[in-house]
Design a protein around this ligand. Structure first.
Ligand code: ADP
Ligand code: MG
Length: 385
C-alpha cells in the first residue's frame, strides 16, 4: 500500500512528518516548486542546501554553495552584515524579518525581505537557520509611485486654487494702493499750497502706513501659500490659520457679495499640523462654499467656527449654499468627483483636503441638507504645548 496523507497520524510525533517527507522524497520537490528562494544553513553559517529559486537568485548551483559560508560567496563587508544577522537570530530565537537591498547576478538592484527561522536537531537543540527571500521591489515602487501621484495631486489642486487666489489678491492690493495714491496726491497738493499742518500730515501718514501693512500681510500670506511644503508638523494655531486665510482670501467673498462670519473658541487652539497645508484645506472649503452659494438667490453666508470637543480641536465651516444631494455625500471625497461644469471643478479639492487632514491624524466630516447648505467639520488632535 502506498503512503496515505493522513494528517492525524503524521501531525503528532516530532519526527513523523519529517520522516514522511524524507521517505517519499517530497521535501526537495516541495521546496524546489516554491517560487521563493529558500536556503538553509547550519548554526555556524555554512549552507546545507537551497531550492532552485535560490540557485537562480544567487546565480550558483546548490552543489557550489553547500559547505560554504557567506564569506566564501561574497565580499567581506556584505558577508559581515549577513553573518551579524544570523548571529542575532541564533542568540534571540524566534523569527527574523528584515528588509535588504541586494544586487542580482545581472547587476540589478532589488529590494528584498528576508524571513528567517531556526530549526532544531532531534534533541531539540538549535541546528541551523532556514530562510526565504521575498522580492518586494515592485511593492516598494508602487508605494513610491503612489506617493508621487499624491504629491502631484496636491500640486494640481494648489494650482487650481491659484487662479481664484490671483483675482482676490489683485482686488485686495488695489484697495490699499488706492488709499496711498489718493493721500499722496492730497499731501502734494496741500504742500504746494503750504497748507499742511502737522496733525493732518501725521494722520495721513498713519493711513498710508496701515495700507502698507495691509499689503505686507497679503504678500506674507502669499509667501506662506507658495512655499514648497515640507512635511514637517509644527504646533499651529488654528485661529491664526483661519484669520490669515480669510485675510488673503476674504475679498473673494466680498467681491461675490457673500459674507463670512467667524466665531472663535476662547484660548489657545494649537494642533500638530502644517500651516500651509491646513491653509490649503480651508481655501478648498471656502472655494466650495462660495461656488455653492453663488447660484443661491439670497445673500450667502459662511460661518467658520472653532470649538473644543473631547480633547480635540474642531473647525466647523458651514455655508448657506445649494447643499449636497444625499447620493453624493459619500462620493465628494473621491478624487475627480465634481458636479461642476468642466473648467470650473477639478474634483480634487476635497480628496486632497481629506488626505491632508488624515496626515495630521485628524478627520473631516460632512453633513448637508439640500437647499439649506453644507457643513464641513475638521477634527484635529490637540497639540501638547
Ligand atoms: N460646500 C459645498 N456645498 C455643496 N456642494 C459641495 C460643497 N463642497 C463640495 N461640494 C460638492 O463636492 C464636489 C467635490 O468638491 P471638490 O473635491 O472640492 O471638487 P470641485 O470643487 O473641483 O468640484 C463638488 O463638485 C460639489 O458637488
Ligand atoms: Mg473644490
Amino acid at each position: 500500500m502506498g503512503y496515505e496523507w493522513d494528517m492525524n497520524t503524521n501531525r503528532d510525533g516530532n519526527g513523523s512528518m519529517e520522516n514522511l517527507f524524507r521517505t517519499v522524497g517530497l521535501r526537495k520537490v516541495t521546496i524546489d516548486s516554491l517560487p521563493l528562494p529558500v536556503f538553509y544553513k547550519d548554526k555556524d553559517g555554512k549552507y546545507l542546501g537551497c531550492n532552485v529559486a535560490f540557485e537562480l537568485f544567487i546565480g550558483r548551483k546548490e552543489c557550489d554553495i553547500v559547505g560554504k559560508s557567506v564569506y566564501d560567496l561574497g565580499p567581506k563587508e556584505i558577508a559581515d552584515e549577513y553573518f551579524k544577522k544570523d548571529r542575532e537570530l541564533i542568540r534571540d530565537g524566534g523569527k527574523q524579518v528584515y528588509e535588504w537591498v541586494v544586487k542580482t547576478t545581472s547587476g540589478e538592484t532589488r529590494n528584498v525581505q528576508f524571513h528567517k527561522s531556526l530549526f532544531n536537531d532531534d534533541l531539540g537543540n538549535v541546528a541551523g537557520i532556514v530562510g526565504s527571500v521575498l522580492d518586494i521591489t515592485n511593492q516598494k515602487q508602487a508605494v513610491l509611485a503612489q506617493e508621487k501621484l499624491q504629491q502631484q495631486l496636491l500640486l494640481a489642486s494648489k494650482l487650481a486654487s491659484v487662479g481664484s487666489l490671483a483675482a482676490g489678491v489683485a482686488h485686495e492690493i488695489n484697495n490699499p494702493l488706492t488709499i496711498i495714491k489718493g493721500s499722496v496726491a492730497l499731501l502734494k497738493m496741500k504742500a504746494s499750497m503750504s497748507r499742511l499742518d502737522t496733525e493732518q500730515l501725521l494722520k495721513t501718514l498713519a493711513n498710508q502706513e496701515a495700507a502698507v501693512d495691509r499689503m505686507t500681510n497679503i504678500v506674507n500670506g502669499l509667501l506662506t501659500f507658495a512655499r514648497v511644503d515640507t512635511d514637517t508638523l509644527d504646533s499651529v494655531d488654528v485661529q491664526k490659520v483661519i484669520t490669515d486665510t480669510l485675510d488673503l482670501y476674504g475679498s473673494l467673498f466680498l467681491q461675490s457679495a457673500l459674507g463670512v462670519e467667524t466665531r472663535f473658541h476662547a484660548g489657545d487652539m494649537l494642533v500638530k499640523a502644517n500651516f500651509g497645508k491646513l491653509q490649503q484645506v480651508l481655501m478648498n472649503l471656502l472655494t466650495n462654499a462660495r461656488d455653492a452659494m453663488e447660484s443661491v438667490a439670497t445673500k450667502g453666508l459662511v460661518r467658520v467656527q472653532t470649538l473644543e470637543q473631547d480633547g480635540q480641536i474642531v473647525i466647523r465651516c458651514c455655508d448657506s449654499g445649494v447643499g449636497i444631494e444625499q447620493d453624493n455625500l459619500a462620493k465628494i471625497f473621491d478624487p475627480f468627483f465634481t458636479t461642476k461644469e468642466p473648467g470650473k471643478g477639478t474634483g480634487l479639492g476635497l480628496s486632497i483636503s481629506h488626505s491632508i487632514i488624515s496626515s495630521f491624524g485628524g478627520k473631516i466630516l460632512v453633513s448637508s441638507e439640500v437647499g439649506v447648505g453644507a457643513c464641513f467639520e475638521i477634527y484635529l488632535p490637540k497639540a501638547i504645548s
